[in-house]
Design a protein around this ligand. Structure first.
Ligand code: ADP
Ligand code: MG
Length: 702
C-alpha cells in the first residue's frame, strides 16, 4: 500500500485496519468452509443445504471480489494524493529560489546605493575650497590670475565632473527605483504564488477529505454487507450442520446396505455365469430341436409340394388337358328388337355343363365342361381358369382361347373393361401374387409379349415397327424351342407395368388401323406371358408360357356375300381356325403327324398345345335368335375340341425339356400309329368324322 499524503494519516490507518479485519474474517470463514467440507459425510448432492451453501459460497466469493475492487480504488486514491504532494513540494522549492534571488538583488542594489552616497559626499566635501581659491586668486595677482584661470578651468572641469556625477547619481536613483518596482512586483508574485499554493493545498485537502470519506463509506458499506451475508452464511451453516447431524444415521444405514449389496454383487458374476451356462445349454438344445423340427418340416413341406403338384396335375388331367367351356353373353341393345332378338339359349338348372339351343325350331343340347350363363361375372369365369394359370408357374405351357362369332363377347371375356377386367389382367395379377408367395424358395421373372395374326401375317403389337412381318423360327441352339426373332418382350413386376404394356399395345393398334373394331374381329390377338423360375435351393429351372388368345370372329362368310379383301380375310380366318381344330384333333387322337405348320397360329403355339400342355377354350355364345346358326357352329366346334386328350401332364423343366417340332413328331411317331390326319380341314367337315366327339346329345324332355 502506498504511503498516505499529509493530512490523512488517520484515515489510511483506519482503512488498513478495516481491510485487515475483513481479511481475517475471510480467512476464518474459508477455514470454516474447509473444515465443513472435510467432514466425512461429504456433501449430500441435491440436498437443500448443499444448494444453500453453494449459494452462500457464491455470495462470499462475490463479496471478496468487491473487497478487491475497493482495495484497487483505495490504491488509486493514494497514488493521486502522492502526486499532489510531489507537486506542492516542487512549488515550495521554486518559491524558495525566488526569495533567495530577490535578497541577492536587494543586496546588490543597496550596495550600489551606498557607493553612490559615498561618492556624492566626497564630491560635496571637495567643492568649497575651490571657490575660495578662485576668489583669492582674482584678488591677488595676474599671476594668480593665470592661476585663477587655470583654477577656473579646473573648477570648470570639476563642475563638469560633478554634473556628470550627478547624472550618474540620477541614473542610479532611477535604477534603484526600478529595482524597487521589481522588488514590489516580485513580492506581489510571491504573494500570488503563496495564495495559489494555499488554495491548491486547501483544494487538495478537501479532495483528500472527500476521498477519505468515500473510501470509508465504501468500506463501511462492504463491511455491513459482508456482515449481513456472513450472518446468513452462518445461519445456513448451522442449518446444514443440524441437517448433517440428522443425515448421519441415514448415511450409516445406507453404508450398511451398500456393504451388504457389495457382498451380494461380489457373488453375482458367479451366479450369472452359472445361469448363462445353463440358459445357453437350454437355448442350444432348443435351437437344435427347432433345427431338426425345421428340417423335418422342410422335408415334409417338399414332399407335400410334390404331392400338391401331383394332385394338381392329376386334377387337371382328370378334367382333361383340353377343357372347353361356354359363356353366353347377355342380350344387349345392339341385338335390336323383335323376333330376331329373342333369346334362343336355355340352361339346365341341375347341371352347369349343359346348354340348350333352339335352332330353327329344333332344340339342340350340348355338354361341355362348364357353361356360364349371362349372369356369370368376370370373377366367376376367372375362378374356373385359375388352376390353369397357376400351373404355368410350375412350368406348364397353357393356352386360353376365346372362340366365337364377332359380338359374342370374346374380347369382353379376355380383356374386359377397365372397371371389370377380364382373364388377361386377372391372370397376371394372380401370377404376381403367386410368385410373391413363393419368393422365399423361388426366383421368378415374368415377361409379356403381345402379337397379332392378320391374314396369316404375324406382327408385334409392342414393337416400334408394328407393320413389320415377324417370322417363327426354330432355336439355333438345338433345344427345339420355337422363337420369334424381333418379338418384343417386356419384363413386368406389377399390375401398373401390365397396364402400361396393354396401353402401349392398344395405342399401337389404334394408330395402325382406322377401324380397330372391325380389324380386331378379323385378327387373332395374342398375349404371351412367360414365367421363368429358379428354385433357390436346388437350382432347378422352369419355364411356363401362358398364351391368352382372343381369336378372330368365327362367323362364316358366304362366298356370294364377300369379295376382295373381305373374302381374303375370311379365307385366312377360316383356314387358321380350321387348322386349330385339326391340330387339336390330331393331338387328341395321337396321330403321327400333327399339322402345326398349317397356320401361323398353330405353328406359333405348337409347344403350348402339344404334349404336357393345357388348353382352355372359352366358346363365346350370343343368345339371340338371329345368331343361332353361328352359335350352333361354335358349340359343335367346342365339343369337337373338348373330346381331344393330350398326353399325360409332365413338368416342363430344363432337365427334361422337349418341345421342338422334331421332338414332337418323334414322340408322336413313337406312339401307336394312327390314321394320317387331314392335312387341312374345315371344322364343319371334321365334326362328323370324329367318333364320340359329342359325348351326349340331350333332347329337352318337352
Ligand atoms: P367380340 O370380341 O366377341 O366381338 P365383344 O367382347 O366385343 O365381342 O362383345 C360385344 C359386346 O357385348 C360388347 O359391347 C360387350 O361389352 C358386350 N358383352 C359381351 N359379353 C358380355 C357380358 N358377359 N356381360 C356384359 N356385356 C357383355
Ligand atoms: Mg373382339
Amino acid at each position: 500500500m502506498p504511503p498516505l499524503g499529509p493530512g490523512s494519516p488517520q484515515g489510511g490507518t483506519d482503512l488498513e485496519k478495516h481491510r485487515d479485519r475483513l481479511m481475517v474474517e475471510n480467512e476464518r470463514l474459508r477455514q470454516e468452509l474447509r473444515e465443513w467440507r472435510a467432514q466425512p459425510a461429504g456433501p449430500c448432492p441435491g440436498c437443500e443445504h448443499s444448494q444453500e451453501s453453494t449459494r452462500l459460497r457464491d455470495q462470499l466469493s462475490q463479496l471478496q471480489l468487491e473487497v478487491a475492487e475497493n482495495r484497487g480504488a483505495l490504491s488509486e486514491l493514494n497514488l493521486e494524493v502522492q502526486q499532489k504532494t510531489d507537486r506542492l513540494a516542487e512549488v515550495e522549492l521554486r518559491l524558495k529560489d525566488c526569495l533567495a534571488e530577490k535578497a541577492q538583488e536587494e543586496e546588490r542594489l543597496s550596495r550600489r546605493l551606498r557607493d553612490s552616497h559615498e561618492t556624492i559626499a566626497s564630491l560635496r566635501a571637495q567643492s568649497p575650497p575651490v571657490k575660495y581659491v578662485i576668489k583669492t586668486v582674482e584678488v591677488e595677482s595676474p599671476k594668480t590670475k593665470q592661476a585663477l584661470s587655470e583654477s577656473q578651468a579646473r573648477n570648470q572641469h570639476l563642475q563638469e565632473q560633478v554634473a556628470m556625477q550627478r547624472q550618474v547619481l540620477k541614473e542610479m536613483e532611477q535604477q534603484l527605483q526600478s529595482s524597487h518596482q521589481l522588488t514590489v512586483q516580485l513580492r506581489a508574485q510571491i504573494a500570488m504564488y503563496e495564495s495559489e499554493l494555499e488554495r491548491a493545498h486547501g483544494q487538495m485537502l478537501e479532495e483528500m477529505q472527500s476521498l477519505e470519506e468515500d473510501k470509508n463509506r465504501a468500506i463501511e458499506e462492504a463491511f455491513a454487507r459482508a456482515q449481513v451475508e456472513m450472518k446468513a452464511v452462518h445461519e445456513n451453516l448451522a442449518g446444514v450442520r443440524t441437517n448433517l447431524l440428522t443425515l448421519q444415521p441415514a448415511l450409516r444405514t445406507l453404508t450398511n446396505d451398500y456393504n451388504g449389496l457389495k457382498r451380494q454383487v461380489r457373488g453375482f458374476p458367479l451366479l450369472l455365469q452359472e445361469a448363462l451356462r445353463s440358459v445357453k445349454a437350454e437355448i442350444g438344445q432348443a435351437i437344435e430341436e427347432v433345427n431338426t423340427n425345421n428340417q423335418e418340416l422342410l422335408r415334409k413341406y417338399r414332399r407335400e409340394l410334390q404331392l400338391r403338384k401331383k394332385c394338381h396335375n392329376e386334377l387337371v388331367r382328370l378334367k382333361g388337358n383340353i377343357r372347353v367351356i361356354a359363356r353366353v353373353r347377355p342380350v344387349t341393345k345392339e341385338d335390336g328388337e323383335g323376333p330376331e332378338a329373342t333369346n334362343a339359349v336355355t340352361f339346365d338348372p341341375d347341371d352347369d355343363s349343359i346348354i340348350h339351343l333352339l335352332h330353327k325350331g329344333k332344340p339342340v343340347s350340348f355338354e361341355l365342361d362348364k357353361v356360364f350363363s349371362p349372369w356369370a361375372s368376370q370373377q366367376d369365369v376367372f375362378q374356373e381358369v385359375q388352376a390353369l394359370i397357376t400351373s404355368c408357374i410350375d412350368g406348364f405351357n397353357v393356352c386360353i382361347f376365346a372362340y366365337g362369332q364377332t359380338g359374342a363377347g370374346k374380347t369382353y371375356t379376355m380383356e374386359g373393361t377397365p372397371e371389370n377386367p377380364g382373364i388377361n389382367q386377372r391372370a397376371l395379377q394372380l401370377l404376381f401374387s403367386e410368385v410373391q408367395d413363393k419368393a422365399s424358395d423361388w426366383e421368378y421373372t415374368i415377361t409379356v409379349s403381345a402379337a397379332e395374326i392378320y391374314n396369316e401375317v404375324l406382327r408385334d403389337l409392342l414393337g416400334r415397327e408394328p407393320q413389320e412381318k415377324l417370322e417363327i423360327r426354330l432355336c439355333p441352339d438345338g433345344s427345339g424351342q420355337l422363337y420369334v426373332p424381333g418379338l418384343t418382350e417386356f419384363q413386368v413386376q406389377s399390375v401398373d407395368d401390365i397396364n402400361k404394356v396393354f396401353e402401349f399395345g392398344h395405342t399401337n393398334r389404334t394408330t395402325e388401323f382406322t377401324n380397330l373394331n372391325e380389324h380386331s374381329s378379323r385378327s387373332h390377338a395374342l398375349l404371351i406371358v412367360t414365367v421363368r423360375g429358379v428354385d433357390c435351393s436346388t437350382g432347378l429351372r422352369t419355364t411356363g408360357k401362358l398364351n391368352l388368345v382372343d381369336l378372330a370372329g368365327s362367323e362364316r362368310v358366304g362366298k356370294s356375300g364377300a369379295e376382295g379383301s373381305r373374302l381374303r380375310e375370311a379365307q385366312h380366318i377360316n383356314k387358321s381356325l380350321s387348322a386349330l381344330g385339326d391340330v387339336i384333333a390330331a393331338l387328341r387322337s395321337r396321330q403321327g403327324h400333327v399339322p402345326f405348320r398349317n397356320s401361323k397360329l398353330t405353328y406359333l403355339l405348337q409347344d403350348s398345345l402339344s404334349g404336357d400342355s393345357k388348353t382352355l377354350m372359352v366358346v363365346q355364345v350370343s343368345p339371340v335368335e338371329k345368331n343361332t346358326s353361328e352359335t350352333l357352329y361354335s358349340l359343335k366346334f367346342a365339343e369337337r375340341v373338348r373330346s381331344v386328350e393330350l398326353g399325360p401332364g409332365s413338368r416342363r423343366t430344363e432337365l427334361g425339356s422337349w418341345s421342338s417340332q422334331e421332338h414332337l413328331e418323334w414322340e408322336s411317331a413313337c406312339q401307336t400309329p394312327q390314321p394320317a390326319a387331314r392335312a387341312h380341314s374345315a371344322p364343319s367337315s371334321g365334326t362328323s368324322s370324329r367318333p364320340g366327339s359329342i359325348r351326349r346329345k340331350l333332347q329337352p324332355s318337352a
